[in-house]
Ligand binder design. Structure first.
Ligand SMILES: *Cc1c(COP(=O)(O)O)cnc(C)c1O
Length: 426
């Protein structure tokens, strides 16, 4: 391989892996064609023009670019309405605005996919005794239907639940940082149908982080009332500098807009400071970038499976987010892998990631992230808590080839350090 010192055996193995992936790559390309067409159609129908890239300041009244971007997102996600803003500081912030926007004291919130993502637990107030302004502090009740042993959705319990008493049903689509499978669009549709059959007014809310453009549809197209995501993940296409979106029912988007700014003001204000162009361009590129990330994910999974490692998603499991999980069996392997990913990243390739005591985690965590946008996980990145079974969560990659090189450098690093399982490469 030109420009990189990668062992011949590894290069040969990579070629064989790619031969095995022809069908899967074709499927990914077909989905990308569909989603790129959908996005382009929305740009055309909404007459996106250079004027929409002009930034506003101050109150940002009549920011055309902001209002048209909301319409483009609505069309792409098959939703009645959307708010897309650089003002959302993260995915958690967008999720928090949406939950606070639609829930009122004494309302009930019920998760149907077990414990939500770490940062959302604090928003809800799970296991949080201090007064930090969580939903719990405001008198919102929380309940949870756990996942089954095998990681599947507990439909029996969902069917038995009296949804007439519950305002919001919460679904997390992605695996997040756990080894459970992500939810397919079919499963999300089943959940929406079951709940709406019992009470059409229960709001089905989906944390859509990492899921955008992985499939042809989005949860809003199969019955979800509200979806939320981050622009430094899939829909920002690696171009958006920051931000998030909320899409779904018009009345709910209006409620969320009052929480985003202030009651009575809503979406009418909010200057865009020149961020619009990046958000448009990011959305335009997103289906293609997501397809590259999916190919890198598939490549690394098949590669490590061939070397004898357990990987997720594995045979037959649905692919509904961009994350792959590699079970590397030892701390040394995990560290070598992350060092290798960092060494092949376009930014900060020369730094060596160190395990550290990350707030909110019991074990040390090691992270590789050499990204243009700080913390962007649509760019290639790897995270791993230092605990058994030594899972590394790999996601993103703006281009397939650069991502592939990165993964091969990670494997090379494991070989150099003698922490690889397979004899085949020694
Ligand atoms: C990334 C992510 C979030 C939000 O995380 P931020 O770091 O706040 O952007 C929420 N839920 C899931 C499943 C995620 O993957």
């Amino acid at each position: 391989m030109e420009f990189f010192k990668i062992n011949e055996n590894i290069v040969e193995l990579a070629k064989r892996v790619e031969t095995n992936l022809v069908d899967e790559f074709n499927r990914i390309d077909e989905t990308s064609l569909y989603n790129e067409s959908k996005v382009l159609r929305a740009f055309l129908d909404n007459r996106v023009s250079e004027i929409h890239f002009n930034g506003t300041t101050g109150y940002g009244y009549n920011d055309l670019g902001r209002d048209v971007l909301d319409k483009v997102y609505s069309q792409v996600f098959g939703a009645e309405d959307a708010i897309v803003r650089h003002n959302f500081v993260s995915g958690t912030h967008a999720l928090s605005v949406a939950l606070f926007g639609i829930l009122r004291p004494k309302d009930k919130l019920m998760s149907v996919t077990g414990k939500p993502y770490d940062t959302i637990q604090k928003v809800i107030g799970i296991e949080q005794s201090t007064d930090n302004g969580s939903l719990l502090d405001y008198g919102v009740e929380y309940g949870e239907i756990g996942l089954l042993e095998d990681g599947n959705v507990d439909f029996d319990n969902i069917k038995k639940t009296n949804w007439k008493e519950i305002r919001v049903a919460y679904i997390q689509r992605s695996r997040g940082y756990s080894s459970r499978a992500p939810l397919s669009l079919e499963q999300i549709k089943d959940i929406c149908d079951t709940i709406h059959n019992c009470n059409k007014n229960t709001i089905v809310f989906v944390d859509n982080c990492y899921g955008e453009f992985v499939c042809r549809d989005e949860p809003t197209g199969v019955g979800a009332d509200l979806i939320v995501g981050s622009l430094i993940k899939n829909p920002g296409g690696g171009i958006a500098n920051t931000g998030g979106y909320i899409a779904g029912r018009r009345d709910l988007i209006e409620l969320c807009s009052y929480r985003l700014t202030a009651p009575g003001i809503g979406r009418e204000v909010g200057c865009t400071l020149g961020q619009n162009k990046n958000m448009y361009m990011g959305l335009f590129l997103a289906p293609s970038v997501v397809s590259n990330a999916l190919k890198i994910s598939a490549f690394s999974r098949v590669l490590f499976e061939k070397l004898g490692y357990v990987v997720f998603p594995n045979n037959g499991e649905v692919i509904s987010d961009i994350i792959s999980v590699l079970q590397l069996d030892s701390e040394e392997a995990l560290i070598a892998f992350c060092e290798g990913i960092q060494s092949g990243s376009p930014v900060d390739s020369f730094v060596v990631p160190q395990p550290w005591d990350m707030p909110g985690y019991k074990e040390k965590v090691i992270m590789a992230a050499g990204t243009f946008t700080s913390g962007a996980s649509i760019e290639i990145s790897a995270d791993a808590p230092l605990k058994e079974p030594y899972n590394v969560y790999l996601q993103g990659g703006l281009t397939y080839n650069s991502g592939k090189i990165c993964v091969l450098l990670a494997l090379q690093r494991m070989c150099d350090k003698g922490v690889i399982k397979s004899k085949f490469l020694n």
